[in-house]
Structure formats: structure tokens, C-alpha cells
Design a protein around this ligand. Structure first.
Ligand code: HAM
Length: 529
């Protein structure tokens, strides 16, 4: 294999090529138009954030945070992780070579940390801990360099001390974002957006990253179009309007067969009691559950309801349902969301198992499925997250609700339904060549450059060959590029002050002055020819 052929897109990521990219543009452009009519404005967010932002908001126990995040591995971070791992099991019996390795890791950490201090990558507040680590290292080296059994307890103490000191050092820990709600909330707090009048309505679009097992509709770099409403009100009408906006977008895109599922997962008053009840019931059937669900009895029993495992479906059907355990306020909120959806003529299915895989949700959750996607059929997910702004250090009074559409899946579903073609509009224009401007001779080239500029100014799509070609070859290329017209400029045309216009669909040809050419092309365009 030649060197050039070696590079391919990495696993789970892909190129979006024309003409598919035209459909992406249409989807994104339509979203911008629809969202604007509801008063949403765009926020552009960074792709890199502190890992802890996601840890705190999405939840450390969730699959997204515990298994799927892409971190940026700096040497300091990697060695810190190693040392912390070591110190977790100070009592573990180790031989002398392992003890030496520990000292070597510590020495490597100190070398990199001192450099980082100097370059200010590490803040000056870490100086003291690094100094103490230096001492610990010296002590380890001089006092008990080998595995003398009589000094084992001292070595264990050293590991513990080192662990504590290392954990205090604030090493930058960055991740590629797996979603954007956390970033929106971070930006809302950072820029004091609670001072803005009314609800803050923001939308975003862009790539997200999760290390999942790739399959149709599931990628490691995927794209979302999302929207969030932040403000002091948690009125159910906001929930319903956000869903209305989504349904309007899907309708505008001609997405057929979208099904809206909704649920309420309660709040901090009623959910804990339900979760305990669920946990107790799950304990009773533990033996019949798969490994993931067994683990989730402890970590997050709600997520068991999400399970797709065939053997668990019968068990799940008999578990207690959150709908029967909502407190009065949550029940009233949920009932009103449903009434408000009714006012808007929006059809929905209630799905008591819809708990979603991120910890920040409370009360309303929803998901929309679309056909043609196989098992990854959720084209959009969202819900209310009233406590999140406070959790991330913002005002307790700010509530939030939003959604994110999986753009890859939306596009896939539209393609499966034959909506891939994009006649007219911005995207159609980019795909169609109005004029292939063939020129012959140096004088004609200069005239053609000028004419191409004027045609493009008028909005026509023009291809201008960069080098002179033989007549037959040039017109052959015009055909292969599927140009609507070849406009020919040669010595004869220059002398007569005209161009030759050839309609490539039927070969008809005429000579026109520049004004006539523009009128002719405009007439063709408006006739949609
Ligand atoms: P999510 O359910 O994790 O929610 O993702 C939303 C949508 O992104 C999914 O319904 C799916 O269409 C798409 N998606 C997720 N993972 C992948 C993947 N690996 N490949 C392709 N598409 C994928 C959130 O991200 C929340 N931030 C939504 C939200 C906004 N809730 C409130 N505000």
C-alpha cells in the first residue's frame, strides 16, 4: 500500500460529502428559520470544556461520563492518574520492583510538574504541594529504597501521603464535549445571562463526541441541533412550546412518521422515594437480570427501565411506575404539559420507561423516534433540568428545558424517505451549475474573467476554466459537469461584441449581447428550467 493510501477517517467518524452535505445545509438552515420565529438566537460554544463540567451535570455514574468521554491526555494528567491509582491500595503487598516503579512515576511527575509550574501551565497555588512531594520522594529514596519487610508500614504511609498531595494538584483535565446542555448552562452563568429580560432562548449546532460502539445511526463524532430555554419560570407552557417548535421543524422538513414520547420523572421531592421502591423491587428479581442492570440497582436503578435486553422486558413491565408516585406538584405540572400539547394539536404517547441517560433531568422528559433508523431510532431527546443551573453555581431560581436533535439520524431518516433530493433553495443552488464559461485566446480570457465576475455578482453559479482548453474538450467538460449552459467567448464573439450561448439539454445555440444574456439567464432561472 502506498503511503498516500494509508490515511482513512478513524473508527466511528465520517466525512459528509456532497450531495449529502446539501441536505445537511437544508436541515440546518430550516432549523435556523423555524427557531428564529420562536425568538431563539444562536450560541456558539467551545468543543473543549473541563471534564468536571460534564461529571457534575450529566453525572459521574452515567455511561456517557464513565465510559464514553474523550479526554485530552497531558503527561501530567496521565502520571497523576497512575499515582492516584497506586495510592488507592496502599496495603497491597508489592515486591521491590513495584516499589521502584512507584518512585519512578513520582520522579517523572515531579519533573513534568516543575516544568509546568515554570511555563505557568500549573498555577502557583500548587507550588507548596509540589515542594512537599519532593520531600516525600527524597524520603522514599533515602530511607527505604528496597523491600526491607520491617519498613513496609512506612512505605505504605508514603504511598498514602503521596496520593493525598497529588490529588491536591490542580491539573487541567479537558474533554471533548459529549453534549452541549452543560456548556449552555456554563455560558449562561459565566455571562450573567440571568440579568437578561424574559426567558433566555438559545440554540446551537455542531459536533459532539462519545466513544460508543459505532453502528448505523451511532457515531463517535456526531452532530446535534439543540435548543435550551433558561429563565425563572417552569411553566408547562414552555415545555409544550419547545416541543411544538420541534414538531414544526420536522413538519417543515417533511419528516414522516415521527412519534413523540413523553414522561415525567418527578423531582427531588418525589423521585428519591420512587427510586428506593424501584431498587427494593429490583433486588427481589436480581437473579433474573443481566449484568448491566444488576450493577444499576446500586448506581442508578432508573436506568434499568431503559434496558433493551429481551429477557428483562417481562420483569420491567411489572415494576412500579413513576406515574403512580409523583408528588402533587409534579403531577399537576405533567397534566398541564399534556393539556398544553393538546391545545397545540400535538399528538403524543406516554412512555413511563422514558427516563433518559443523563442525571440532570427532572419532571418532563421526551424523545422523538423516526422511521428508517433501525435500533438507533431516537432522532431527538430532551427534557426539563430545573436544578442544573444551581448545581453548576448559578442562581437557584433559574429553571431550564431543552432538547437536542441527532442531525445524523434526522438526515438518515429523511434520506430513507426519499427526501435526499433538494430542489431549489440554498442547497439546490450550490448543486447546480448555471454557466460553464468557455474561453479561447488570451483576449477572450480577460473578457471571460470580467463576465464571470458580473454573472456571479448577479447570483449565477459559474465555472470558469483556469487554463485554455481545446473547444471539444472544454464543451465535453461542461456536459460532464451538468452545466445548464455553455457560454462561449472566442475571437469572433469578441469582435462582434456578443457571446455564444449553448443550452446543453438540447444543443440549441444563439448569440447574445451581455444585457440579453443576463435577461435570458434570468428568464430561464425563474421558469425553473
Ligand atoms: P441525548 O439523548 O444524549 O441528549 O442526545 C440527543 C440526541 O443526539 C439523540 O436522541 C440522538 O439522536 C443523538 N445522538 C446521541 N448520541 C449519538 C451518537 N453516538 N451518534 C449519533 N447520534 C447520537 C442530549 O444530548 C441532551 N443534551 C439533550 C437535551 C438538551 N436535553 C435538554 N436539553
Amino acid at each position: 500500500m502506498s503511503d498516500k493510501a494509508k490515511f482513512q477517517a478513524i473508527k466511528g467518524v465520517r466525512d459528509i460529502l456532497p450531495p449529502e452535505s446539501a441536505l445537511w445545509n437544508r436541515v440546518e438552515q430550516t432549523a435556523r428559520e423555524v427557531f428564529a420565529t420562536f425568538g431563539f438566537v444562536e450560541i456558539r460554544l467551545p468543543i473543549l470544556e473541563q471534564r468536571e463540567l460534564f461529571d457534575r451535570s450529566i453525572g459521574g455514574e452515567t455511561d456517557i461520563v464513565s465510559k464514553e468521554m474523550y479526554g485530552i491526555a497531558s503527561p501530567l494528567l496521565v502520571i497523576k492518574g497512575m499515582l492516584l491509582g497506586e495510592s488507592k491500595f496502599p496495603g497491597l503487598k508489592r515486591d521491590s520492583s513495584e516499589y521502584l516503579r512507584f518512585l519512578m512515576s513520582l520522579s517523572a511527575f515531579l519533573v513534568v510538574a516543575r516544568d509546568a509550574l515554570q511555563s505557568k501551565e500549573l498555577g502557583a497555588q500548587n507550588e507548596r504541594s509540589i515542594h512537599e512531594l519532593d520531600h516525600a520522594f527524597q524520603a522514599g529514596l533515602t530511607h527505604f529504597p528496597n523491600a526491607d519487610p520491617s519498613r513496609e508500614s512506612e512505605r505504605q504511609q508514603l504511598r498514602k501521603d503521596v496520593g493525598e498531595l497529588v490529588s491536591r494538584i490542580e491539573v487541567e483535565d479537558l474533554s471533548l464535549r459529549p453534549e452541549a446542555t452543560a456548556s449552555v448552562v456554563r455560558a449562561y452563568i459565566e455571562h450573567g445571562m440571568q440579568m437578561l429580560p424574559g426567558n433566555v432562548k438559545l440554540y446551537y449546532m455542531g459536533p459532539m463526541f462519545r466513544r460508543e460502539r459505532p453502528q448505523k445511526g451511532r457515531y463517535r463524532q456526531f452532530y446535534q441541533i439543540g435548543a435550551e430555554v433558561l429563565g425563572s419560570s417552569d411553566a408547562p407552557g414552555i415545555d409544550a412550546e419547545v416541543i411544538e417548535m420541534l414538531m414544526m421543524l420536522f413538519e417543515r422538513l417533511n419528516l414522516k412518521g415521527a412519534v413523540l414520547n413523553i414522561n415525567s420523572i418527578g423531582d427531588k421531592n418525589c423521585r428519591p422515594a420512587y427510586v428506593e421502591k424501584l431498587r427494593a423491587e429490583l433486588q427481589k428479581v436480581r437473579e433474573h437480570l443481566g449484568e448491566d442492570s444488576k450493577r444499576r440497582i446500586e448506581t442508578n436503578p432508573l436506568r434499568v427501565l431503559d434496558s433493551k435486553l429481551e429477557s428483562e422486558q417481562g420483569i420491567i413491565a411489572n415494576l412500579p411506575r413513576i406515574a403512580d408516585h409523583l408528588c402533587r406538584d409534579c403531577r399537576a405540572h405533567y397534566d398541564e404539559v399534556k393539556r398544553q400539547l393538546g391545545l397545540r394539536g400535538i399528538a403524543y404517547q406516554e412512555n413511563w420507561r422514558l427516563v433518559r441517560g443523563l442525571d440532570y433531568y427532572m419532571r418532563t422528559t421526551f424523545e422523538i423516534t423516526a422511521p428508517g433508523l433501525g435500533s438507533q431510532n431516537a432522532v431527538c431527546g430532551g427534557g426539563r433540568y430545573d436544578g442544573l443551573v444551581e448545581l453548576l453555581g448559578g442562581p437557584a431560581t433559574t429553571k431550564g428545558i431543552g432538547f437536542a436533535i441527532g442531525t445524523d439520524r434526522l438526515v438518515l431518516s429523511l434520506q430513507e424517505a426519499g427526501e435526499g433530493e433538494t430542489p431549489g433553495g440554498l442547497a439546490g443552488k450550490a448543486g447546480g451549475l448555471d454557466v460553464y464559461l468557455a474561453w479561447f485566446g488570451a483576449a477572450a480570457q480577460s473578457a471571460a474573467i470580467g463576465l464571470a465576475g458580473r454573472l456571479r455578482d448577479a447570483g449565477f453559479v459559474v465555472e470558469l476554466p483556469a487554463v485554455e482548453m481545446k473547444f471539444g474538450k472544454s464543451l465535453g467538460l461542461a456536459d460532464r459537469l451538468k452545466a445548464r449552459h455553455a457560454v462561449i467567448v472566442g475571437d469572433d464573439e469578441l469582435a462582434a461584441g456578443v457571446v455564444t450561448v449553448k443550452r446543453l439539454s438540447d444543443g440549441t445555440q444563439q448569440k447574445l449581447g451581455e444585457q440579453e444574456l443576463f435577461s435570458y439567464l434570468r428568464a430561464v432561472q425563474s421558469a425553473g428550467d
